[in-house]
Design a binder for this molecule. Structure first.
Ligand code: G1P
Length: 915
């Protein structure tokens, strides 16, 4: 049989709504539904997926990707149609199942979805029936997902229907999926109330032990006119009948009368919100709707149920809640909005805007591919998600950044267990002494973006605490004097909590790695770097890639320190006395070519801050501080540029990025084939370690060894053809998947970003565009709009939605492609758009926020010149030309000019581009 070609999704509005025909004929599709109250759902074209508010509170059974075609415990709504029999609005009856390899389908399914709502339309022409099912999580403060099912008689005969909602209530922790699945059903206390079924387990069994449970799970419903259900089937085994299943339940198939009325109590069985509504005669053309509320109440508040019915329990109420939901998300993701010649790209970028917000809500767990972790995010993700938030919701971010710095340890490492409240870091109780050597590099990058957008240099001088736990000396030793009762804040000898400036935190994070080198004088890999799966080279592994990143950070920090003097007249800054050791170029004797020297110095520093610190501070001149940082940064650049620049036997050149646990260089020629990593090229390019000539060589080599249109662009690495146990677990993964050679969006986008930054706009565009093109090629990627974590060997998008790459995509398109960025508070306009990105009139534009003003930057390039050909000729704000610094392709608009503009209005900044 020939496989049918698949129609791709298509945008149906300027607001990012899209439609997809036959969505159920593509496997592994899922869509997020969530709200700020903390309900997190995943929903599929067959209403599968799950609903939860935390690892320990799942309303529907937790699902992984494979369960999306395996699991029967999904949301459902059944009709018993006289003369026809059982019909499911999700298509789960055996006769309704449709797949891509089946020709003659009696049912047609269409999906429509937007921010953040999901609508399925299923129509059976033979029966003459159509169901529309709309799901969303309302914006109000309820952990609830609403679902409306509306049934229309599309035929010419009266349809006698008996409706039954059927939503199985798992009602417990995800841990119990395998651990005591049955015993935990004995904890269930099930009550039927006026509008539905409520489950409140007596106890909860999970990793916290056996505790009294407070969480209440409910499935309640009303008819469109507010009428209540007429009866219930609250236990799964009664609903399905002996030998039946959730895909062929006796209660529906045999149109059984409900056995439970309101006010009844059941105990110790798997529960289901099976709600029978009264039977109706549906006339031709007539529609009847039902509203369901699927909720979790962590406080055990039973009153909430009637509140929910009051607020959402009729068609009008549901519809107005849906409108509120649409308005809420529209506003949230309104900016940046891009306008190019490609409307699909513009719409796709809106979904990218949403993704960092989703990751704030879901963490890195809780969508079907993300079946690990227990919610929350890691340190690295915390900082990178802030990149997008700075662009989208800048007001809230200063505080967030400030709080995050409270997780830094005085040895330059950081807390890795992050609490649910901002700035909450938890001590490691499990003895997991692991340092990701890249962790210290990201906070500065994010802070630099904040300072560029805001000009808020005072932030650097704010004082913040340090995190303290048992682990010391970058987790290589334990502090025997410390106990958990002493709390998680670094103290002074006096016993009081020590606070240092944010600048001091940044310095510690970037200086301790500088001295922590391996046998090739690059920074040690420790537990891993950005690539979490490079985790088997803790002794002798080195990450040249991140050595380069730290090197460029040191130079950028030096610039900022100099700016403190130039912009604020600050001559010196206070640092903890112990840290003076790290500014070793202030005395003669620093010898960075000596590995021993560096190691000893670091050891000495660790000795000074094992348990507490003196509390004494020393004023250091900003000029001297900057000079010290410059010496270190330049040493790294020089070292990497010369020692790690390699050439293989085919004459290609690039940077080696790693040493393995035997101390051997990783990249270059190898008996099993050429070895090259993208990461090694990204940070050397981004931070200026690579010269322009080196960048040109890198592009050629990456095109030769890493580029593959099958996976949407540049792979993370070549095939090593070896389970390289002296480097990392990733080599155990099949090649072309995840961290082993997939097109891993995060790194690929950073590659694009780095190329743009260095002025290689064409090459940068190629990277970004190939990812975009792959994602929107639905037949290959099989994902809804947005960017997934990676593209696998077959071209499929994997781990959709919750990925740090979305922040980088947004950042890159806004600040590099469109060139709208900050420089210590001033607005810089430096477009790197290619001729092909302008529309027929030669315009392209972006709406963004800057200096608390809404701006619309419009580029006018009537001659359709390419990047490199055009120059900025004039900057016109709201119709009047403004004086600003113009240097070739770049204009700098002073912050004061923007601040003089009215707040709340959108201001048009028109940029004339010509030769
Ligand atoms: C994920 C993790 C990220 C890590 C990366 C590579 O990437 O969240 O911290 O650096 O894998 O191991 P993401 O797709 O979220 O960017």
């Amino acid at each position: 049989m020939v496989k049918k070609t698949v129609k791709p999704w298509q945008f149906i509005s300027d607001e990012g709504a899209f439609t997809l025909e036959r969505p159920e004929a593509s496997s592994y599709l899922y869509f997020p539904l969530a709200n700020e109250a903390g309900v997190m759902s995943a929903i599929t074209p067959t209403l599968n997926g799950d609903i939860k508010s935390s690892q320990n509170a799942f309303l529907l059974t937790p699902v992984s990707a494979e369960d999306l075609h395996n699991n029967k415990s999904s949301r459902n709504f059944w009709l018993y149609i006289e003369g026809t029999g059982a019909w499911s609005v999700s298509g789960s009856a055996p006769s309704q199942v449709a797949c891509s390899f089946q020709e003659d389908l009696s049912e047609k399914v269409k999906l429509e979805a937007g921010f953040l709502w999901h609508k399925l339309i299923r129509e059976n022409k033979n029966i003459g029936i159509k169901a529309e099912v709309i799901n969303f999580a309302p914006v109000e403060n309820y952990k609830t997902e609403l679902m409306m099912v509306s049934i229309t008689n599309t035929g010419d005969k009266v349809l006698k229907i008996t409706p039954t909602a059927a939503v199985p209530i798992y009602g417990r922790s995800a841990d119990n999926l395998r651990d005591h699945r049955h015993v935990t059903s004995l904890l269930h206390r099930i009550n039927t109330v006026e509008n539905g079924v409520v489950v409140k387990p007596t106890l909860s069994f999970d990793e916290r032990g056996h505790k009294a449970n407070n969480v209440l799970y409910s499935v309640i419903g009303t008819e469109d006119n507010g009428d209540r259900p007429v009866g219930f089937f609250p236990e799964v085994e009664e609903f399905i009948g002996e030998g039946g299943s959730l895909e062929w339940p006796e209660a529906v198939v045999c149109n059984v009368e409900p056995y439970a009325a309101q006010g009844q109590h059941f105990e110790g069985y798997e529960a289901i919100g099976a709600l029978r509504f009264k039977a109706v005669d549906l006339l031709p053309g007539e529609t009847k709707a039902y509203i369901m509320m699927l909720s979790i109440n962590e406080e055990g508040n039973e009153k909430e149920i009637s509140e929910l019915v009051d607020i959402y329990g009729s068609l009008d109420k549901f519809n107005s809640a849906l409108e509120r939901n649409k308005a809420f998300w529209k506003e949230k993701i309104e900016r940046p909005a891009f306008h190019t010649v490609d409307k699909t790209f513009d719409g796709w970028m809106k979904w990218i805007n949403l993704q960092p917000i989703l990751r704030r809500i879901y963490g890195c767990s809780f969508l079907p591919h993300h079946d690990y972790g227990r919610g929350g995010r890691g340190w690295r993700d915390l900082w990178q998600d802030c990149l997008a938030l700075l662009i989208m919701e800048p007001k809230e971010v200063r505080n967030l950044l400030f709080n995050n710095y409270g997780g830094v340890r005085i040895d330059g490492s950081n807390a890795t267990i992050i609490g649910s409240k901002p700035g909450e870091f938890i001590a490691d109780r499990n003895n997991i002494a692991r340092v990701w050597m890249d962790h210290g590099a990201w906070p500065f990058l994010t802070t630099k973006l904040y300072l560029d957008l805001s000009g808020d240099l005072d932030f650097l001088l704010e004082r913040q605490e340090y995190f303290k736990d048992r682990l010391i000396s970058r987790c290589t030793e334990g502090d025997t004097e410390w106990s958990i009762e002493q709390g998680n804040k670094l103290k002074m000898v006096s016993g009081d909590i020590y606070k240092g400036t944010i600048l001091e935190h940044i310095l510690i994070q970037n200086l301790t790695p500088f001295f922590n080198v391996g046998m090739h004088n690059n920074i040690r890999l420790e537990g891993a770097d950005w690539n979490d799966a490079l985790d088997m080279a803790a002794e002798k592994g080195e990450s040249v890639a991140f050595t380069a990143f730290y090197g460029s950070n040191l130079l950028e920090i030096a610039k900022l320190v100099r700016a403190l003097k130039a912009k604020k007249g600050i001559e010196s800054v206070a640092v903890a006395e112990e840290m003076m050791l790290l500014f070793d170029t202030l005395d003669a004797g620093a010898n960075y070519d000596s590995i021993e020297y560096k190691k000893n110095l670091l050891k000495k520093y660790f000795e000074t801050c094992k348990h507490n610190i003196s509390g004494k501070t020393v004023e250091i001149s900003v000029v001297k501080l900057a000079e010290d940082l410059e010496k270190k940064g330049n040493w790294i650049i020089n070292h990497v540029r010369h020692q790690e620049w390699i050439k293989n036997s085919e004459g290609y050149q690039w940077f080696n990025g790693y040493y393995d646990n035997d101390g051997n260089r990783v990249e270059g020629d190898h008996e099993y084939g050429t070895r090259m990593n993208l990461t090694s090229q990204v940070f050397t390019t981004m931070g200026g370690v690579a010269t322009d000539e080196q960048v040109e060589c890198i592009i050629k080599s990456a095109d030769k060894y890493l580029k593959d249109s099958k996976v949407g662009g540049y792979r993370l690495n070549t095939n090593y053809h070896e389970v390289k146990k002296n480097l990392g677990r990733l080599f155990g993964f099949a090649f072309g998947h995840k961290e082993n050679g997939a097109m891993f969006s995060h790194m690929a986008i950073m590659y694009g970003n780095a190329l743009y930054k260095r002025g290689f706009a064409k090459a940068g565009y190629e990277v970004i565009n190939s990812i975009y093109a792959q994602c929107v090629d639905f037949e290959k990627s099989r994902i809804y709009p947005g960017v997934p974590e990676y593209i696998n060997e077959k071209g499929r998008g994997m781990y959709h939605y919750l990925t740090g790459s979305a922040s980088w995509m947004l950042l890159t398109v806004l600040t590099e492609t469109f060139g709208v960025k900050g420089d210590l508070g001033d607005l810089v306009i430096e477009p790197k758009l290619l001729a092909s990105q302008f529309d027929d009139q030669g315009t392209a534009g972006v709406e963004a926020l800057f200096a608390d003003r809404k701006i619309k930057v419009i580029y006018n390039n009537s001659k359709k010149l390419d990047y490199g050909q055009y120059r900025i000729q004039a900057v016109i704000i709201n119709g009047s030309e403004v004086g600003c610094e113009l240097t070739g392709g770049k204009a700098v608009i002073k912050r004061a000019v923007l601040e003089a503009l009215e707040a709340d209005k959108t201001h048009e900044i028109s940029i004339q581009l010509s030769m």
